[in-house]
Structures are given as structure tokens and as C-alpha cells.
Design a binder for this molecule. Structure first.
Ligand code: FA5
Length: 344
């Protein structure tokens, strides 16, 4: 029996030594030290031994167990260390390798112009208001002094969804919505950027979906000269200090009087293709808020007056960047968009 136990020890130690990974080592542990292992099997023959030999064999069996178990522990520590080293070697980062280029997106030119205009008005104390693109007939037209059947509704050909719902044709409904929120108490000083939709035929200067920025100021003693001063600052900041503006009489049902606003062209009146040789470029519609519009939104038109304007950032971006076709903004050609990249 002694011989058997010693052979088992030699055999087990050899196997432990040759174990290549933690799984193999664990299998060896289970095989030799487990309850059904060979050492236990050998000890089953103890009954045949003399009483003097039994404790000796018991002690020897314990020694064999201890030797195998200690060899397993040592081997386990060794294999664990090896596993860590292999893992570290696998995960080594070569900090000297050149970095991989990350492709960066860029702001769309329209977004840039809109953000520039927003910043400009925020600096003048305006806040930004928003409204829904699917609008009710009431806010898009009626609250703006355009009752059903009014001929001026034809100025903006609309996409109707139901009798009472349509895609907003301008950002002016946000004026009416915002004024209602102020519950007849001025001052109101907002701009509203957003998408609008019209059944216009697409061409170089018309798109069926485009952007507008509405402006609205309502307070006591607001006059046409406030409107003119504000738009002058806007034009000079956006297009350059040497630019002038001029107001031409116009008509909008929601403003009285109404004007179209032109900015002097960069050709300084010499005449060029962009200004169609007139020296002036039309950039927005504006006027003094019609008393009916103030009253419908709950403002006392004897106490309060206001001005409003609505511009098309698409056309402004075309002027600013010299773009000859509005459709470039919506056809997602990266060759076009990359020209406005701040980083490549
Ligand atoms: C309006 O939409 C008025 N709501 C503006 C306004 C607001 C006037 C407040 C008075 C007071 P108009 O239809 O002119 O006005 O459009 C305003 C601007 O939108 C135009 O100057 C133009 O720059 C732009 N625009 C109009 N139709 C199109 C189109 N199909 N494609 C691209 N831009 C357009």
C-alpha cells in the first residue's frame, strides 16, 4: 500500500507539473483529491492491514494529499500569473502608432446661418420661441387677420391635412401663439426660427419646404423707427457694416403698414447678377402688428403697439455664400456640404 501511495504521489505531481492551464489543473485536483479519487480507493484496503500499520498508512495518505495539494497551489499561482501576463501582452497599446482619423460631421450651411441670426438677436435681448409645424387654420391664418375666404390666403399656397389642419406656411403663427401666452402683458420680444411649407414649384429660389425666422416685439410706444433701427443693425452685422437697408411699401394682412425690406448689394450699386442689376436685394417682409392681431391675442391695441418681421434664411444663406440654387440645401450632396466644413 505504501508503494501504491508513493506511486500515486509521483504520478500526481508529474501531472500537476505538466498542466498547461487552470482548467487542466482543476481536473487533476478533482481526479486525485476528490472523494472518489485513487487515494481514497487505496485507503479502502486499510481493513486488511495490521493495527500498527493503519495509522502509519493514514499519515502517509495525508502526506501524499498535502504534497499534491501544495503542488497544485504552487502550480495554480504560476498559471494565474502566466494568464495575467498573456492578457497584458495581448492588450498592450502601442502609443507610438499614428491615431486613426475620426470623420467629423459639420453644421449644415443653413444651420450656421440660422444660428448666426439667432445669436445676433439674442444679443439684442430677444428670446427664442417655437411652434408646431402641423398648424391649425386658426393660428396660421385666422389669428393673423386672414379669415376663411380672405383672398390674401392665396399669397401662400398651402398643404392642407384636414379642413382645419395644415403644414404651416410661415412662422407667423408662433407670433399669435406667443402673444396668447403673455395674456395681454408686454413686453414681448421674440424670434421664432423653424421649417415652413408651401405648394410652390421648386426652382432656383423656391423650395416647397424652407426655413423662416419670425421676429416680434410688442410693448408700449413701439414705432416703425424701432423696426427700421433693429433691421439696420441686423443687416450690418450679418452682411457687413457698409450695407444699407431700404423699406418699400407692401401688404401683409397681419401688419399695417407693411414693408418689404431690401439690403444694399455687395456690388455697391454697380449692378450684378445677384441683385439683378438693381443694387438691392429683398430679404424680408415686415410691418407694424395689425391692431386686430393684437386684440385677437388678448392685447389692448390702444395701449400696446408692436412690429414683426419674417425672413427666409435659405435666401439669406444663398446671398451670404454666393449659392445660386436653393435646391443645393436639400439634396444632401456631400461635395456641396463639405465646402462649408470648419474641419475635415
Ligand atoms: C411671410 O411669410 C410673412 N409671414 C413674413 C412677415 C412676418 C411679414 C411678419 C410681416 C410680418 P413671405 O411670403 O414674403 O412673407 O415670406 C417671407 C420670406 O420667406 C421671403 O422673403 C423669402 O425669403 C422666403 N420665402 C418665401 N417663399 C419661399 C420659398 N418657396 N422658398 C424659399 N424661401 C421662400
Amino acid at each position: 500500500m505504501e508503494q501504491q501511495l508513493k506511486e500515486l504521489q509521483t504520478e500526481a505531481l508529474a501531472k500537476v507539473e505538466s498542466a498547461e492551464d487552470l482548467k487542466q489543473l482543476n481536473d487533476i485536483r478533482v481526479a486525485y483529491l476528490g472523494k472518489k479519487g485513487p487515494i481514497t480507493e487505496v485507503l479502502k484496503g486499510m481493513g486488511k492491514l495490521s493495527p500498527e500499520e493503519r495509522p502509519k498508512m493514514g499519515a502517509l495518505a495525508n502526506e501524499v494529499r498535502a504534497a499534491v495539494s501544495s503542488a497544485i497551489e504552487t502550480k495554480q499561482a504560476e498559471l494565474e500569473q502566466k494568464a495575467i501576463e498573456e492578457q497584458l501582452a495581448k492588450e498592450t497599446v502601442d502609443v507610438t502608432l499614428p491615431g486613426r482619423q475620426v470623420e467629423m460631421g459639420n453644421a449644415h450651411p443653413l444651420t450656421k446661418v440660422i444660428e448666426e441670426i439667432e445669436d445676433l438677436f439674442i444679443a439684442m435681448g430677444y428670446s427664442i420661441a417655437e411652434g408646431p409645424e402641423v398648424e391649425t387654420d386658426y393660428y396660421n391664418f385666422e389669428a393673423l387677420n386672414l379669415p376663411k375666404g380672405h383672398p390674401a390666403r392665396d399669397m401662400q399656397d398651402s398643404f392642407y391635412i384636414t379642413e382645419e389642419l395644415l403644414l404651416r406656411t410661415h412662422t407667423s403663427p408662433v407670433q399669435a401663439r406667443t402673444m396668447e401666452k403673455y395674456k395681454g402683458q408686454g413686453p414681448v420680444k421674440i424670434i421664432c426660427p423653424g421649417k415652413v411649407y408651401r405648394r410652390d414649384n421648386d426652382d432656383a429660389t423656391h423650395s416647397h419646404q424652407f426655413t423662416q425666422i419670425e421676429g416680434l416685439v410688442v410693448d408700449e410706444n413701439i414705432s416703425m423707427s424701432d423696426l427700421k433701427g433693429t433691421l439696420e443693425v441686423f443687416a450690418k452685422k450679418l452682411f457687413g457694416e457698409d450695407r444699407e437697408i431700404r423699406l418699400r411699401p407692401s401688404f401683409f394682412p397681419f401688419t399695417e403698414p407693411s414693408v418689404e425690406v431690401d439690403v444694399s448689394c455687395m456690388c455697391k450699386g454697380e449692378g450684378c447678377r445677384i441683385c439683378k442689376h438693381t443694387g438691392w436685394i429683398e430679404v424680408l417682409g415686415a410691418g407694424m402688428v395689425h391692431p386686430n392681431v393684437l386684440e385677437m391675442a388678448g392685447f389692448d391695441s390702444k395701449k400696446y403697439t408692436g412690429f414683426a418681421f419674417g425672413m427666409g434664411p435659405d435666401r439669406i444663406a444663398m446671398l451670404k455664400y454666393g449659392i445660386d440654387d436653393i435646391r443645393h440645401f436639400y439634396t444632401d450632396d456631400v461635395r456641396f456640404l463639405r465646402q462649408f466644413a470648419e474641419h475635415e
